[in-house]
Design a protein around this ligand. Structure first.
Ligand SMILES: C[S@@+](CC[C@H](N)C(=O)[O-])C[C@H]1O[C@@H](n2cnc3c(N)ncnc32)[C@H](O)[C@@H]1O
Length: 274
């Protein structure tokens, strides 16, 4: 297993265990359940009150995303949905209500502790059209042409083989199937030390793609109607305290940092003729 994958697994395993062991649903940020202050601008206010109110508090509290992929795409009763890196299961549970009893939602995650947390949340929500699968997003354990919609929330940036993820997403989607993902992207070129500091802030461990590179990789995997739309752009003040603590000379690099990282909606379609 790659060092990156092992590190990601350990980090999210620890977060999931901490959430499961706490008696109160604790709000988690990108760096875990102890408020480190680093994740709030990213993980806050992603879901409507109605969406949150409809779910177990524990599922809402375990949200580690950077957007709401279920708001990006119209889900219809009877559809099959796959969530790449489903974490505590918030987007799986929201989607399961929309596809209804004739549909099905798969959550895929490689971290045992996250799968256990997600299954707890499934039980609390009473969702019967949901299945959490163990596996990696680089080798999806589902057949070709079997899924209508792929969603994902702040996970693909963590993969060290994004081409494999997009190739696999394309393979499992049915012809005409949709890819509707929320992820962190870099806008334009960013110096290496700034990138490292920002990535630590954004997700503790991450490898965000440049927006144009994301589009190029999606097209190379075979997708059409590709769109990368930044919707929440991070300002230097969002990350100032964290970066200063990490040894980044924030004042000197402020112009390079400001506005260069964003949460984006990423949409694409597998051609109907594929
Ligand atoms: C930032 S959390 C996001 C969780 C969830 N999507 C949400 O919005 O709350 C990342 C999740 O992706 C999983 N993950 C990261 N890399 C993965 C990979 N290569 N294959 C499968 N799961 C992965 C982690 O175990 C973790 O649960």
């Amino acid at each position: 297993m790659s060092d990156v994958r092992q590190a990601v697994k350990e980090k999210y395993g620890a977060i999931a265990s901490a959430v499961r062991e706490s008696s109160q649903p604790a709000k988690v940020g990108c760096c875990g359940p102890t408020a480190c202050g680093c994740g709030d601008p990213i993980t806050s206010n992603l879901y409507s009150d109605a969406e949150r109110g409809d779910l177990p508090g524990e599922a809402v509290a375990a949200s580690l995303g950077c957007g709401n992929p279920t708001a990006l795409v119209a889900l219809e009763p009877g559809q099959i949905v796959l969530d790449l890196g489903s974490g505590g299961g918030i987007d799986v549970l929201l989607s399961s209500k929309r596809v209804g009893p004739t549909g099905k939602v798969f959550g895929l995650d490689m971290t045992d502790e996250m799968l256990a947390l997600a299954r707890d949340n499934q039980r609390r929500a009473g969702a019967t059209n949901v299945e959490f699968l163990k596996g990696t997003i680089e080798a999806i354990p589902l057949p070709d042409n079997s899924v209508d919609v792929i969603i994902s929330n702040c996970v693909i940036n963590l993969s060290s083989d994004k081409d494999a993820v997009l190739r696999e997403a394309f393979r499992v989607l049915k012809p005409g199937g949709r890819f509707a993902v929320s992820d962190v992207v870099v806008r334009g070129e960013v110096p290496a030390d700034v990138r490292r500091g920002m990535e630590l802030w954004v997700g503790c461990i991450a490898g965000a793609l440049e927006d144009r590179e994301y589009e190029t990789k999606l097209r190379a995997a075979g997708f059409e109607h590709v769109e990368v739309e930044p919707w929440r752009v991070y300002r230097v003040d969002d990350a100032r305290a964290f970066l200063a603590e990490s040894g980044v000379d924030v004042e000197r690099l402020a112009p390079e940092i400001d506005g260069r990282f964003a949460s984006a909606f990423i949409r694409a379609t597998k051609p109907a003729a594929a």
